[in-house]
Design a protein around this ligand. Structure first.
Ligand SMILES: [Zn+2]
Length: 316
């Protein structure tokens, strides 16, 4: 029997994202309520990639985002939680996607972000409790870039810090001396790409390490000896795209792997075939497919994980 190639289940994915907001009684909803703002960003970006932003009630989303902002300028993951740099970027990305950045006082957001930079090391903390990680350098740079305020932070120091996190294999870890990991590599390469400092990257060595993440089943893992996972279709692929080495991996096999992780009944994409779908893996699966040139998805900007429509409008 001839096997038919799997297709992207567009309408089911739109329905899956639409249904997320109706699940307020589920345990899952309460366990992840601190991530609500990130969930909105993932769902909204997935819909933008599918060309279906009309599904979101724009004013409802904006009202929710504004209710998550604190007097220090930062945003929390839900109303009444503590502000954090990660949610602050998501809030800015959501407003940028909805062409509504003018609805917030961006000067306060800029203050929140710039106060989290350590003037000595150039690193950023995620919040006032002081945890340091290369993820936060990316988040700060991405956020300041979207708000046209890169001149408000010490970019040279931040680049210096990223370079201190570079390893012998060309990759980057979370702090100096920590092992290379694809998520951290995306953050470091993304930050360097935004500030035009890819000259500091060991491009071929890192490109080789990244393309070695593809396993025989077509999926990508985050570091050696780990299992394949759809979200690495984003962290690894976007890094390869920024390094202009996207052609170093097998596109066909990866497309087949991502499509195989779709839920063909309820919609959504899981971390790997057979697992439960969630909005996080749905957006990164779609963004990965977009980078691979899958038909009828909007082009995605590998530096920001927003559609090119949005980043072009912002002049990025
Ligand atoms: Zn994952």
């Amino acid at each position: 029997m001839a096997s038919t190639k799997p297709q992207l289940l567009r309408n089911l994915h739109v329905e899956f994202i639409r249904s997320l907001d109706n699940k307020k009684d589920s345990l899952e909803y309460h366990l992840t309520s601190h991530l609500k703002l990130n969930g909105v960003y993932w769902g909204l970006t997935a819909l933008d990639l599918l060309g279906r932003l009309d599904v979101f009630e724009k004013e409802d989303v904006i009202t929710f985002i504004l209710a998550c902002q604190h007097s220090n300028g930062g945003f929390s993951g839900n109303v009444g939680h503590d502000p954090h740099l990660l949610y602050t970027l998501s809030a800015v990305q959501i407003l940028a996607t909805l062409d509504s950045l003018d609805r917030i006082d961006s000067a306060r957001v800029v203050d929140f972000v710039k106060n989290l930079q350590d003037p000595e090391s150039g690193a950023f903390c995620g919040d006032i409790y002081g945890e340091v990680d290369t993820r936060f350098v990316y988040v700060a740079i991405s956020c300041m870039s979207i708000l046209s305020s890169l001149d408000q932070i010490d970019v040279d120091k931040a680049v210096e810090y990223i370079n201190r996190c570079k390893n012998f294999d060309g990759g980057y870890g979370s702090v100096p001396g920590a092992e290379s990991h694809s998520g951290q590599i995306f953050c470091c390469v993304g930050a360097l790409s935004i500030v035009n400092r890819l000259d500091t990257v060991d491009i071929d060595k890192l490109g080789w390490w990244l393309c070695e993440r593809q396993l025989s089943n077509g999926g990508l893992n985050g570091r050696p000896e780990k299992k394949e996972d759809v979200c690495y279709s984003w962290w690894v692929l976007s890094s390869l795209a920024m390094l202009d080495r996207l052609h170093w991996i097998d596109h066909e096999k990866l497309i087949e792997f991502i499509l195989g992780a779709q839920d063909d009944e309820a919609g959504g994409i899981a971390d790997r075939p057979g697992d439960m779908a969630d909005v996080f893996h749905t957006v990164f699966g779609l963004a990965g497919l977009s980078l691979l040139g899958y038909p009828d998805l909007k082009p995605v900007d590998p530096r920001y994980c927003m559609t090119r429509d949005v980043t072009k409008r912002l002049g990025l």
